[in-house]
Design a protein around this ligand. Structure first.
Ligand code: DOR
Ligand code: ZN
Length: 347
């Protein structure tokens, strides 16, 4: 089969993104809005977005930061804490403010200090969410000091996720940014109320990218990239056409100096070339025919939202990814910095 010279698909959505706030928000939101119609916006600001009012105000700040001429719908999430109020969550969902709620195990990642210390503490919230049909987005890593960082996702499945779904079987769960073959298997064997997002970086890199030939902070994110066999399992899952897997970039900007540090921040800024990055994977796996499903159909279907009517086109033209991007508030090193990708998003 000859390679197509362009591909047009329904406009995709990003089912997991960090847009930040203030000047950083102003600098990065256009990169997401350029490619995606909607996005599930992470609530891990300081302070975190825990109330309906805070989410409404944040949504307004995002909309105000979207560049002229771009249409973009932020889908807000509630940050769960040990003290979250089930009634506030469900009210926010019913009012169309909270699309979902987000579980950060306390201490798992950036701005997760106010997260949940024990899943038992949010049992009432999870039952109320299941009842209301409100989805739970999950950062699936345990945080115990005795668990090796490369095992934290796998252990989370056994200690937290499996028991949770046994106890609250109707809960709709998005296991976010999965990184392991075990997570793929868990999602595959779970009911239709369990799905997962997959980032571009976890489809492209394994842990060698971070550690071979020198320590490379721009390849560091959480959950951390794993061994090659896990990357291959993720590529198979993403490109096989299963409705349980869909696009979520986890684009997470941090200023260059915050990454290139003795204690560098976790997060990969992949928004500028997200679709080009994903499409390369689908092409290499001989699965271009499933690209639109992964990028534009499976997410809306899981969240119960309509698909987008607009389209986007990617052309088979070389696309040079800059070594850094000045977003005003900061200098950011994007995913694929300095590489040439073989697809280009058409503006
Ligand atoms: O790498 C990450 N960065 N993983 C997360 O879970 C959070 C994110 C961030 O906010 O920077
Ligand atoms: Zn994230």
């Amino acid at each position: 089969m000859t390679a197509p010279s362009s591909i047009t698909i329904r406009r995709p959505d990003d089912w997991h993104v960090h847009l930040r706030d203030g000047d950083m928000l102003k600098g990065v939101v256009g990169h997401t809005a350029r490619q995606f119609a909607r996005a599930i916006v992470m609530p891990n600001l300081t302070p975190p977005v825990t109330t309906v009012d805070a989410a409404k105000a944040y949504r307004e700040r995002i909309l105000a930061a979207v560049p002229e001429g771009m249409r973009f719908t932020p889908l807000m999430t509630a940050y769960l804490t040990d003290n979250s109020d089930p009634a506030e969550l469900v009210r926010g969902h019913k009012e169309g403010v909270f699309t979902a709620a987000k579980l950060y195990p306390a201490g798992a990642t950036t701005n997760s200090d106010s997260g949940v210390t024990d899943i038992a503490n949010i049992r009432g919230c999870l039952e109320a969410m299941a009842e209301a049909g409100m989805p739970l987005c999950v950062h699936g890593e345990v945080t115990s000091a005795d668990i090796d960082i490369f095992d934290r996702e796998k252990v989370f499945i056994d200690r937290v996720l499996r028991p949770l779904l046994k106890d609250v079987p109707q809960l709709r769960v998005i296991f976010e940014h999965i990184t392991t073959a075990e997570a793929v298997a868990f999602v595959d064997e779970s009911g239709p109320n369990v799905a997962a997002t997959i980032t571009p970086q976890h489809l492209h890199i394994n842990r060698n990218a971070m550690l071979v030939g020198g320590i490379r902070p721009h390849a560091y994110c959480l959950p951390v990239a794993k061994r090659e066999k896990h990357r291959l399992a993720l590529r198979r899952a993403a490109t096989a056409g299963s409705p349980k897997f869909f696009l979520g970039t986890d684009s997470a900007p941090h200023a260059r100096e915050a990454k290139e540090s003795a204690c560098g921040c976790a997060g990969i800024f992949n928004a500028p070339h997200a679709l080009e990055s994903y499409l390369t994977v689908f092409e290499d796996e001989g699965a271009i025919g499933f690209f639109e499903d992964f990028a534009s159909r499976h997410g809306p279907a899981f969240y119960g939202l309509p698909v987008n009517e607009e389209t986007v086109t990617l052309e088979r033209v070389e696309c040079e990814v800059p070594s850094s991007i000045d977003v005003g508030a900061a200098e950011l090193v994007p995913f694929h910095a300095g590489e040439t990708l073989r697809w280009r998003f058409r503006d």
